[in-house]
Design a protein around this ligand. Structure first.
Ligand SMILES: [Zn+2]
Length: 284
């Protein structure tokens, strides 16, 4: 096996970490050409600040080899080791450390310090960086990108009073407003038109628009951890009061128990030429 194969095994470990929502860092320990242990970052799952990929891989290697000395072993890791892991590698008498991407914020094999090669320690590890660095970097970048995306769709706390609630399961706001705000356990859902969040288009006809509008309300409530049963008050805005009977019928399918208070208005017009808009206030 050549070196890239070992690093590929480490990258696989990093993938496993990402699937668990962990920052994707993976490591393997190799002795005499054989992978003796693998590990991936489990800091969140284990609630353990020391559960780095390298630490877990070295612990497993020591167990397997029957001693804490990992003499003659090479540690392959996708990201430049931090001070803790570089220190552990020195203590474990690791012979070589081969890493992928550099870590300018915490790396202690070249970036911030060169701990493993510091002549003042009684043991030194050879260090080599940059092996399949691009792959490791791409993994990390994609992980953080998708995490940022996720964050933007969930609730965001502004201050003690106000939390912003947004979800991709309801249409994006057409102007400077949030899909909902939450304060002191109360949730205020903005008026929802019958726009399909998948296409951004208004549905056809009063029946389809009413259903979609209520589905949007439901999705936003769900994002806040609530359901239609938690709604205290709704406001129904109609472009034509002649549609009331149809709207009322569909509305009744969503609010089935302890029905909320309601106000209904005919208005001169609704955004995008919508026929109906529904807003509500809910509480946990
Ligand atoms: Zn570390």
């Amino acid at each position: 096996m050549d070196e890239t194969a070992y690093m590929r095994a480490a990258l696989k470990q990093a993938e496993a970490a990402a699937r668990k929502g962990e920052v994707p860092v993976g490591a393997v320990v190799v002795k005499d050409g054989v992978i003796v242990a693998r590990g991936h970052n489990l800091r969140e799952s284990k609630k353990d600040p020391t559960a780095h990929a390298e630490m877990l891989a070295m612990q497993r290697a020591a167990k397997k080899l029957g001693g804490w000395r990992l003499t003659g072993c090479t540690l392959y890791v996708t990201l430049e080791p931090c001070p803790m892991c570089a220190g552990a590698a020195i203590n474990a008498r690791i012979e070589r450390i081969v890493y992928g991407a550099s870590d300018p914020k915490a790396g202690c094999c070249a970036s911030l310090y060169t701990l493993p090669e510091d002549a003042r320690f009684n043991h030194r590890c050879q260090v080599e960086g940059g092996l399949l660095a691009e792959q490791a970097q791409t993994q990390l970048r994609m992980f953080f990108q998708s995490r940022r995306k996720k964050k933007s769709t969930i609730t965001r706390r502004i201050n003690n009073m106000k939390t912003i609630i947004n979800t991709e399961k309801a249409p994006a706001a057409i102007g400077p407003y949030s899909q909902a705000t939450q304060a002191q356990g109360m949730v205020f859902v903005s008026g929802q038109l019958g726009i399909d969040p998948a296409t951004g288009e208004l549905k056809d006809g009063i029946r389809a628009q009413t259903e979609q509008s209520l589905e949007n309300v439901k999705a936003i409530l769900a994002q806040a951890g609530l359901s239609c049963d938690d709604v205290l008050k709704t406001t129904v805005l109609l472009a034509d009061m002649a549609d009331f009977a149809v709207v009322n019928e569909i509305y009744g399918q969503y609010f089935t128990k302890d029905c909320p208070a309601r106000a209904c208005f005919q208005v001169a017009g609704l955004p995008k030429g919508g026929l109906v808009e529904i807003e509500c206030i809910a509480a946990k």
